[in-house]
Design a protein around this ligand. Structure first.
Ligand code: ATP
Ligand code: MG
Length: 315
């Protein structure tokens, strides 16, 4: 079944998506998280997450693809960054690099001043800060909704009562109240994705990496999830990198929208959205919001035309 993986916890890629590491978690799992110590660690002016000259080339026997070319980006702590760009421009590649799932061919990524990689060795301390949500929900089919949501807490040895309390709180947050005991196969694709989002939030990650998490949801649920994510990101002080195909969604959610151009993936523009978060849907009706959406749509269309004319410079 799509969105489900039959791996056991702890096997394969860094666990189920959303359960990358098994750091100690406090028993108290409410939203607030101590920030002061972390804030002191960021050098003034430096990004919380930095990419310097990040390049990724996929090489197979028949083909070599320059997916990302010399990406430089600084992401501030608690910033919400949306990545947009046409299909194949390298958005997922960039997210997977940030998640430590793949290593850049060259360049460096740091999180809170720590490199993600030292040679071929991944720095697990940096990864402990991450929560991941991908296009596919990647739920464990034999676990119920509440068990799937609580899995990262189980791996962190949080006691059962607290795990269930948190799982129920999150199930309600993502609109799954009443489905806590259901199995993934009894849910729609959108509902499964909401379980994945709840799971990624269960242990208060400092950084949420989300790859089109709402792509499979209907428009109404998607609006609701956008509002909830906007609120949750603010309430949890999370730093978010969010990939989407929807320019409107990107401008609604993000402090900055990074538009990648394709072949090779390069940063074409960075758009600041200077509207305080969390936002209400009213924000989408302002002239400033609509102008930003339109400008980005034009930029995206330009890139599509360039490629259609055979303007890709990838080698
Ligand atoms: N594992 C891989 N091996 C070889 N090439 C790959 C691999 N993964 C991605 N690519 C190539 O790298 C480029 C960027 O792919 P990526 O999945 O990052 O794009 P994307 O922007 O996420 O696209 P989409 O919007 O369709 O999800 C594409 O040309 C793709 O074919
Ligand atoms: Mg992708």
């Amino acid at each position: 079944m799509q969105g489900e993986r039959s791996a056991h916890p702890g096997e394969g890629e860094p666990d189920a998506e959303g359960t990358v590491t098994v750091a100690d978690a406090p028993q108290e799992t409410r939203f607030a998280r101590p920030q002061e110590a972390d804030a002191r660690r960021d050098a003034p002016g430096a990004g919380f997450i930095t990419l310097r000259g990040v390049t990724k080339r996929y090489v197979s026997r028949v083909k070599s693809t320059l997916a990302l070319d010399e990406i430089d980006l600084d992401i501030r702590r608690e910033e919400f960054v949306a990545l947009v760009g046409q299909s194949g421009c390298g958005k997922t590649t960039m997210l997977r690099i940030l998640a430590g799932l793949i290593k850049p061919s060259s360049g460096e990524v740091t999180v809170a001043g720590q490199p993600l990689w030292r040679g071929d060795r991944r720095e697990d301390d940096a990864l402990a800060k991450l929560g991941l949500v991908f296009q596919d929900a990647n739920l464990f089919p034999w676990y119920s909704v509440e068990e799937n949501i609580a899995l990262p807490l189980r791996l962190r040895k949080v006691d059962k009562r607290e795990r269930l309390r948190r799982a129920h709180e999150l199930a309600e947050l993502v609109g799954l109240k009443g489905f806590e005991r259901a199995l993934p196969r009894e849910l729609s694709g959108g509902m499964r994705q909401r379980v994945a989002i709840a799971r990624s939030l269960s242990y208060h990650p400092e950084i949420l990496l989300m790859d089109e998490p709402f792509g499979a949801l209907d428009a109404m649920t998607r609006d609701k999830m956008n509002l909830e994510l906007s609120r949750i990101a603010k309430a949890t002080s999370a730093t978010v990198v969010f990939v989407t195909h929807s320019i409107g969604e990107a401008v609604f959610l993000a402090d900055r929208v990074v538009l990648l151009s394709a072949r090779p993936g390069r940063i074409k523009s960075i758009t600041e959205v200077d509207i305080p978060r969390p936002r209400s849907l009213d924000a989408t009706t302002t002239p400033d919001f609509q102008e930003k959406v339109l400008t980005l749509r034009h930029q995206l269309a330009e890139d599509e035309e360039r490629l259609a004319r055979g303007g890709g410079v990838e080698s």
